[in-house]
Design a protein around this ligand. Sequence first.
Ligand SMILES: Cc1cc2nc3c(=O)[nH]c(=O)nc-3n(C[C@H](O)[C@H](O)[C@H](O)COP(=O)(O)O)c2cc1C
Length: 199
Amino acid sequence: MQTHTAAPRRLIVAITGATGAIYGIRLLETLRRLGGVESHLLISSAGWLNIQHELRLSKEDVHPLADVVHSVRDVGASVASGSFATDGMVVAPCSMKTLASVAHGFSDNLITRAADVTLKERRRLVLLVRETPFNLAHLRNMTAVTEMGGVIFPPLPAFYNQPASIDEMVDHTVARVLDLFALGPALAPAWAGLRGAQE
Ligand SMILES: Cc1cc2nc3c(=O)[nH]c(=O)nc-3n(C[C@H](O)[C@H](O)[C@H](O)COP(=O)(O)O)c2cc1C
């Protein structure tokens, strides 16, 4: 008799060159803390620039946060194929360049190929797009990704939870992203209504 074992939970995490590298890093740290999910990390060249500039972190600091690290040039990697089962992909932060590439199915590196595969396999793709203000190309590209089933998730801080620090703002966003994958217990308490918040 053939036995079937459940596929491991896997999440692809990409960091691109928009400001806000902390979101991708905190996502990896949180996945590590939760356990039970194999993380596959992809970082663009501009993503590395921002990790070094904004967080003063090196590859030696960042690589151990993930289970598997792929080069963005390695378009033959496991995550380039739909036959490699994953729960989906998060691009945090997502630059307008990467957004444009995903919106047009351009697949010019492993990040945009993996995003393309995630969409074609009807898996969850979440883009933490970051730019301000937006031009019409940005808005049209966000619409195109939404029409294909992707989730546009700009990392806009919430204030209703009365964050006491930037860390708390980042954690709240990361928790809401992980909610979209039903990963782990709810990390950010659900809104209980204004009356609930006052109690
Ligand atoms: C310090 C810094 C901050 C940047 N911030 C943004 C940003 O918030 N949004 C964006 O779309 N691009 C931003 N860029 C530009 C992108 O890094 C650039 O378009 C790059 O080509 C994106 O490539 P990638 O998508 O392959 O990472 C920034 C660049 C630098 C150096």
